[in-house]
Write a protein that binds this ligand. Structure first.
Ligand SMILES: Cc1cc2nc3c(=O)[nH]c(=O)nc-3n(C[C@H](O)[C@H](O)[C@H](O)COP(=O)(O)OP(=O)(O)OC[C@H]3O[C@@H](n4cnc5c(N)ncnc54)[C@H](O)[C@@H]3O)c2cc1C
Length: 378
């Protein structure tokens, strides 16, 4: 699928070495939902493509570590089938099963002085759903439709250059000489536009207006941190509590029941309310989280069977310096400077942040992938 040629490159010391340049019709930069779904759509069109993923895993903001056969969503956990038709259809077509977020019972509210009161619970509208097997199951099922040699992990793209015959991509650290290059007819940027503008060099320069527009598009949830605590028993449910809690005291500001549908293990999950800079200054944040959970749900909450925590603001392939202050309001996303593609359609913007349809959400990642896949010439 990928053809190899070996041109000469010059080392910083002046010596010439050989570097691999692989030729491909379409290069997809980023193996999150948007990139992997675009790859599946190109596979259906019998296109020739490769996914270049910087991390040593796929999924991007989707990550679901396993505990006893259950998966803790440390990125997205919900979709809303009533209003998100693409997600609903995809989950059905992949044979996955969604189940409604557990919300039966009373809620808890922790006031700014640390006192906790029981409040009437309320169900989210429209109802939110989780997926059996965790969100990562979507990525795994989609990947089963793609040949394994079309996905390259540990391939951080550092430079994108427009050439007369297409686009040249460099992978690896530029200061040390990129270690691989790809020549492609079209390139899909399936990573957040802000991250692309802040971490990838473009030749020729992107216009000032476009670069600023890309930098201004905040990467949804990139400044947040999430925890997941597993328990053998859903002890909060026996107290008549739903597991939902909100706090003005912290460090968590929002908690939900993250249990699997039916049998255990059971879980509590939620978000840290502190900005990234304050989280970094709290070396015992995990203990603080467990102490808060026991204040709200009782002593049993301080002894989880397993505990996971992910600070997305510290992830260099998700967040930039601009993402450190958390975004609390959902922006109206759209392609940067209104452009869905540049360089005569050889560089196309994907990623959820470029979608006008549910931008920022998983649904938006699917919509963006569909838009670019339609414009790829196979
Ligand atoms: C804590 C949290 C909770 C969320 N909750 C929800 C929710 O409940 N429901 C919902 O719908 N959405 C939620 N979201 C948003 C959801 O995760 C995103 O909409 C979706 O995952 C975005 O997919 P994407 O493919 O567009 O981007 P990403 O998942 O960010 O994928 C981009 C990919 O590009 C890779 N990459 C970056 N730089 C390079 C490079 N230079 N070279 C090669 N590869 C590179 C990254 O490693 C990554 O794999 C949440 C996000 C977070 C962080």
């Amino acid at each position: 699928m990928v053809h190899m040629i070996r041109p000469k490159t010059r080392q910083p010391n002046g010596e010439r070495t050989f570097m691999n340049v692989q030729t491909i019709e379409t290069a997809i930069i980023g193996g999150g939902l948007s990139g992997i779904y675009a790859a599946c759509l190109l596979q259906q069109k019998k296109g020739s493509y490769v996914v270049l993923e910087a991390r040593n895993r796929l999924g991007g903001r989707i990550v679901s570590p396993e505990f006893q056969g259950f998966f803790a969503d440390l990125g997205p956990s919900w979709y809303w089938p009533e209003i998100q038709p693409k997600m609903a259809r995809l989950i059905d077509s992949l044979g996955l099963i969604g189940y409604r977020q557990f919300e039966d019972g009373l809620g808890r509210f922790e006031r700014h002085d640390g006192t906790v009161q029981t409040v009437r619970g309320f169900a989210m509208q429209p109802p939110s759903f989780r997926i059996c097997g965790g969100m990562n199951a979507i990525i795994e099922r989609l990947c089963a439709q793609i040949p394994s040699d079309a996905i390259l992990l540990n391939h951080p793209v550092s430079q994108i250059e427009k050439r007369a015959d297409g686009v040249l991509l460099s992978v690896g650290e530029l200061e040390r000489e990129p270690w691989k290059q790809f020549r492609a007819r079209q390139v899909i940027l399936a990573l957040p536009p802000r991250l692309a503008a802040a971490t990838i060099l473009f030749y020729p320069d992107l216009s000032h207006e476009l670069t600023q527009a890309m930098l201004r598009i905040g990467t949804w949830m990139a400044g947040h941190a999430k925890f997941f605590a597993f328990y053998e028993e859903p002890f909060w449910r026996r107290l008549g509590l739903s597991g939902e809690a909100f706090s003005e005291f912290g460090p968590l500001n929002e908690i939900h029941d993250g249990s699997n549908d039916g049998a255990g293990p059971f879980g509590l999950t939620g978000f840290v309310g502190l900005p990234a800079v304050q989280r970094k200054q709290r070396p015992h944040l995990n203990e603080e989280i467990l102490t808060q959970l026991s204040r709200i749900f009782g002593a049993q909450a301080s002894h989880p069977a397993a505990f996971f925590y992910r600070d997305w603001a510290q992830e260099p392939f998700t967040a930039t310096g601009f993402d450190q202050p958390p975004m609390y309001e959902h922006p109206l996303y759209q392609p940067p400077a209104g452009q869905t593609a540049i360089w005569e359609d050889s560089l196309l913007f994907s990623s959820t942040e470029t979608s006008t349809h549910h931008g920022g959400y998983l649904e938006g990642a699917l919509a963006a992938a569909e838009r670019v896949a339609m414009r790829i010439r196979c």
